[in-house]
Ligand binder design. Structure first.
Ligand SMILES: [Mg+2]
Length: 209
């Protein structure tokens, strides 16, 4: 049993509906309609069928403070995180956003009433694109040296890394881009797939009942 009371909670598409906001941005910028269920690849350049140049412009736009501030919370997320905080857990928000987004991200979390004790910027995707400001991000390697009770993620690559290297339970919030992801390796972390926040909270209450 870990003595840690910290939990790792991803931000985009776990606490906030980033993909849905990006679908609206895609329609506005390029007149393209893509259904949520069609976002089969986490790589949005691929899922949205954009050229490299279009994707760069799109991501620069997506990271503007006005765009990030307007993203809706995921149903049940704010309530779920509050329940964890009330149970004495330290909720650590772990994001792959560029560090330049720190102020707008904190603003969003506070405005939505997310009870969290830390915000970590982690190099989850090895992004070196032109829209990413250089900043001192934590590596995934640094991150797994920190003890967490469990992690909540939607991105298959990061989930896989955590399961292999941090060996903690990883709760995967079901999204079209992680539909085919499976993990079952002996001696590693366990994958818990949940369809939504209420389902995740039921899993957690069951563990702690
Ligand atoms: Mg995410």
């Amino acid at each position: 049993m870990s003595a840690s009371r910290r939990v790792y909670v991803d931000l985009d598409d776990v606490l906030c509906e980033t993909a849905r906001a990006l679908m609206r941005l895609l329609a506005g910028m390029f007149g393209k309609e893509v259904a949520f269920e069609e976002i089969a690849a986490f790589n949005l350049q691929k899922s949205f069928g954009l050229t490299e140049g279009e994707y760069e412009r799109f991501m620069a736009e997506a990271h503007r403070p006005e765009a990030l501030s307007g993203i809706e919370p995921v149903p049940g997320a704010v309530e779920g995180v509050r329940e964890w905080a009330e149970a004495g857990l330290d909720v650590c928000v772990v994001t792959g956003r560029p560090k330049a987004c720190a102020a707008v991200t904190r603003g969003w979390l506070d405005r939505q009433g997310v009870v969290y004790s830390g915000l970590l910027f982690v190099d989850k995707y090895g992004r070196r694109d032109s829209w990413v400001e250089p900043g001192d991000l934590l590596s995934l390697d640094d991150l797994v040296r920190e003890a967490f009770l469990f992690a909540v993620e939607d991105e298959p690559g990061t989930a896989s890394y955590l399961l292999r290297n941090a060996r903690m339970p990883v709760v995967l919030l079901s999204r079209p881009w992680n539909d085919v992801f499976r993990f079952d390796e002996e001696g590693k972390g366990s994958l818990v797939r949940c369809r939504d926040w209420p389902h995740m909270m039921a899993w957690w209450r069951e563990q702690n009942g």
